[in-house]
Design a protein around this ligand. Structure first.
Ligand code: I3P
Length: 126
């Protein structure tokens, strides 16, 4: 039977700036285009904002929604071979969206990798 997650699990777990490049959408390859993104991780999704969430809120009201991906059934892995940059990992969602996240700063990317991996591992696979 369904277990209702406690409120804190629905709340933001981590947020901050990373470099982001979406490389596939619904299984279809895209041209890689790195940009800075404000990343908001909560228990079952990641949202991508063009700037910090505070700045993005007025836009949200006018219908400018952040991009959001569902972490249920997603995979995360280091992706050294996918970029000339250091510290790159890839997330592949169940719907076939693939994106790379990157930071030059080792501890920042490690924290993000483990936070996202933990979130994925806590979720049901489908
Ligand atoms: C891409 C751009 C990316 C680069 C990518 C290039 O060129 O330079 O930064 O990825 O390399 O194709 P363009 O802007 O002309 O599309 P990295 O920075 O991650 O290496 P790739 O094709 O080897 O992925």
């Amino acid at each position: 039977k369904d277990i209702i997650p406690p409120l804190e699990q629905l709340m933001v777990e981590k947020e901050g700036y990373l470099q982001k490049a979406k490389i596939a959408d619904g299984g279809k390859k895209l041209r890689k285009n790195w940009s800075t993104s404000w990343i908001v991780l909560s228990s079952r999704k990641i949202e991508f904002y063009k700037e910090s969430k505070q700045q993005a809120l007025p836009n949200t009201k006018t219908g400018h929604k952040p991009e959001s991906v569902d972490l249920c059934g997603a995979h995360i892995e280091w992706a050294k071979e996918k970029s000339s940059r250091k510290n790159v990992f890839q997330i592949t969602t169940a719907s076939g969206t693939e994106f790379l996240l990157q930071s030059d700063i080792d501890f920042i990317i490690l924290d993000w990798f483990h936070a996202i991996k933990n979130a994925i591992d806590r979720l049901p696979k489908d």
